[in-house]
Design a protein around this ligand. Structure first.
Ligand SMILES: Nc1ncnc2c1ncn2[C@@H]1O[C@H](COP(=O)(O)OP(=O)(O)OP(=O)(O)O)[C@@H](O)[C@H]1O
Ligand SMILES: [Mg+2]
Length: 239
């Protein structure tokens, strides 16, 4: 069974078509780059997969569960980093992560250790006792990533996880995501092609609500082809 199955999903906001009959699957253990220019429909797709928005038409399943008919079972499999991480600025990082951990059903006895595990993965161990409001943007983003990792959900849905990070932090976070391969399935959105190259084996390129390519990176970038990946991306997302 694939980890994600999207069937013919269309999303309209009033008369604007944000997603147009999108179909794709993601196998377990894959790290999929969800690549597209601004306004392509990436965040909309992720909100549908995580049950925050209903599709206008079509269906989506996570770990075999329809995200609208079986929302609790589907969500139990998902760690989600939304475009704007849902942080409580007046809490400490530790207090916030414990709070999210309890919501996610991490057993009380394991909570402290689990918070420390994710903080060490995301490089936030040193700021656990600081107030979130006093953190820089990059560290807030890392705290957002930490909450997605809590409880080690099989599927991570990361909406522009490197947004707002400096180049060094960007590289660290991409390395971290790459390291999750195998134990987790990851779908990460970005409009930056080198980020996909640095992290993913597979890419789905979306443009104006439509998938325009879905393949192994190696195949799209095959040097024996006339064009490399950059040219392919630019051509597919032109106009
Ligand atoms: N709540 C909304 N109401 C109306 N239109 C919306 C709404 N949210 C998104 N849209 C439109 O849907 C389209 C897809 O938006 P979406 O946010 O999914 O794109 P994106 O690929 O995530 O872009 P970005 O890279 O800028 O984050 C855009 O044309 C956007 O203007
Ligand atoms: Mg977006």
């Amino acid at each position: 069974m694939p980890m994600i199955e999207v069937q013919n999903v269309t999303k309209r906001y009033r008369d604007r078509v944000a997603l147009d009959a999108v179909t794709f699957t993601v196998e377990k253990g894959e790290i999929l780059g969800f690549l597209g220019p601004n306004g392509a429909g990436k965040s909309t797709m992720m909100k549908i997969l995580t049950g925050f928005l209903p599709p206008t038409e079509g269906s989506a399943k996570v770990a075999g569960f329809d995200v609208f008919e079986r929302p609790l079972e589907a969500k139990r499999n998902i760690g989600y980093l939304p475009e704007t991480p849902p942080l409580y600025p007046e809490m400490t990082v530790r207090g916030y992560l414990k709070f999210v951990g309890r919501l996610k059903g991490v057993p009380r006895a394991k909570l402290k250790g689990e918070v420390e595990r994710v903080a060490s993965l995301t490089g936030t161990a040193d700021v656990l006792d600081r107030l979130i409001l006093a953190l820089s943007k990059g560290f807030k983003q890392r705290v957002g990533l930490s909450q997605a990792l809590l409880g080690s959900p099989p599927l991570l849905i990361l909406d522009e996880p490197t947004e707002g990070l400096d180049p060094r932090q960007r590289a660290d976070v991409l390395q971290l995501i790459k390291g999750l391969a195998g134990q987790h399935t990851v779908i990460l959105s970005t409009h930056i092609l080198p980020e996909v190259k640095a992290t993913c084996q597979r890419v789905l390129i979306i443009h104006r609500g439509k998938p325009v390519a879905h393949d192994d990176l190696a195949k799209l970038a095959d040097p024996s082809r006339e064009t490399g990946l950059e040219e392919t991306f630019i051509r597919l997302t032109a106009a």
